[in-house]
Design a protein around this ligand. Structure first.
Ligand SMILES: Cc1cc2nc3c(=O)[nH]c(=O)nc-3n(C[C@H](O)[C@H](O)[C@H](O)COP(=O)(O)OP(=O)(O)OC[C@H]3O[C@@H](n4cnc5c(N)ncnc54)[C@H](O)[C@@H]3O)c2cc1C
Length: 369
């Protein structure tokens, strides 16, 4: 098969899908990305908000930064740094202990390099989705993946049954493509029917996930009593992490912005009662207030923010990895790759290495045809 004529659909413009798409396109494969959200990034998204006094505010409300110990991933990061998409965030990190009301476990600066997207965490995905050979379609939720044996191809449809085209291969970069979570959210069966892929169906399990809430806060003045710009919380039932968004390189410093992350236990408690439906604004406002009050209970001098909003991440972190050393699940015959952090490890590094693995399996398999 001529690789120029080869068309691959990538479902999801998070970092695993975007990295995979970029590497496929570099190998001459024509790629179409379908992303259900309005823009790229997935759990590396950047949120635009407007305060009551009409100020534009940006928050990295998903992953605040990422690290890497993997050589292939580090090589990619160096390339992104050279393009100005990523910079190292040099800050001292540590923990805050609610019992002693003290900062503890200070991490030495530079012990592990922390990277952030410039000017927001979504910058890498955004740039990759615009590379030559890639067509990106946002606001399109794939609802059906149909294998056409006679054509040796996949036919894709959106959730409303609209035709999205035929492809020689498919990369599914979100676990909802094959899990019951899709049904819980849309009321429809998952796009991928496991009976079509008996060779790999036993490897694809419904991946358990851990939820969390993110709290976005903006202050007129810096919280100068807080010595660290990123820290975890110990001995809090409600809060697990805090990062100062406006202290990252390349961000506007016209206000001080923090993103706090709730504990999984707190989020599970809320979702257990309210279910998976989209939370109302009133429910999110109550959650924002509860998390903010816990932040104030640190005893640190936390002034009243001029902006405060909570966001629910129903599937923030996968609780298992389904591919481990193989890094992605691959059906060579049908040219179907399943990649994402849930294949390797619940972080950006895991998602990147899974996307890289999927692209290299595709490229190898198309080049030997
Ligand atoms: C609050 C929070 C904090 C985090 N902190 C860190 C951290 O400090 N460090 C770190 O390394 N990682 C962190 N992570 C984890 C990290 O963000 C993820 O591991 C990584 O971004 C996952 O990338 P992915 O491509 O596998 O999945 P995703 O980013 O989830 O991408 C999947 C994409 O597929 C799209 N999609 C799904 N179904 C369909 C469909 N049917 N049709 C079309 N599109 C579809 C989704 O909209 C999504 O954009 C954090 C995550 C959260 C939520």
């Amino acid at each position: 098969m001529n690789p120029i004529a080869t068309k691959v659909a990538v479902i999801g413009a998070g970092i695993s899908g975007a990295v995979c798409a970029s590497n496929l396109a570099k190998n001459g494969i024509s790629v179409t990305i379908f992303e259900s959200a309005r823009g790229p990034g997935g759990r590396m998204s950047r949120r635009r908000e407007t305060s009551e006094d009409e100020r534009e505010l940006y928050f990295d409300h998903g992953a605040p930064y990422f690290t890497s110990t993997n050589n292939d991933v580090e090589e990619m990061i160096r390339g992104w740094e050279a393009r100005g998409l990523v910079a190292e965030w040099k800050q001292n990190f540590g923990s805050f202990d609610f019992n002693t009301k003290k900062f503890v476990n200070f991490e030495k600066e530079g012990l592990s390099k922390k990277y952030v997207g410039i000017p927001g965490m979504n910058s890498i995905c955004r740039a990759l989705c615009q590379e030559p050979g890639i067509e990106s379609k946002f606001g399109v939720m794939v609802g059906r993946l149909e294998w056409l044996e006679n054509e040796d191809s996949w036919s894709l449809k959106d959730v409303n049954g609209q035709d999205l085209g035929m492809f020689n291969g498919v990369v599914a970069s979100d676990k909802s493509t094959f899990s019951q979570r899709f049904t819980q959210v849309t009321g429809k069966p998952p796009p991928l029917d496991l009976n079509v892929i008996p060779e790999i169906s036993d490897k694809i399990k419904d991946v358990p996930v851990k939820p969390c809430f993110a709290l976005m806060l903006a202050f007129h003045n810096p919280l100068s009593s807080i010595p660290l710009k990123g820290f975890s919380f110990e001995n809090s039932e409600l809060l697990s992490w805090a990062t100062c968004d406006s202290c990252k390189p390349g961000r506007s410093t016209s206000s001080e912005r923090w993103v706090l992350r709730s504990t999984e236990k707190y989020a599970e408690g809320i979702i257990g009662k309210a279910g998976l439906e989209k939370p109302s604004n009133a429910a999110l406002a109550e959650i924002a207030e509860q998390l903010f009050q816990e932040f104030q209970r640190t005893g640190l001098d936390v002034s009243l923010p001029f902006f405060k909003k909570a966001h629910r991440w129903g599937s923030a972190f996968p609780a298992t990895s389904i591919a481990r050393d193989e890094k992605c699940i691959w059906d060579r015959r049908k040219k179907l790759a399943i990649c994402g952090d849930f294949c390797v490890s619940p972080n950006v590094e895991g998602a990147i290495s899974s996307g890289l693995a999927a692209a290299s399996l595709f490229s190898e398999s198309f080049s030997c045809l």
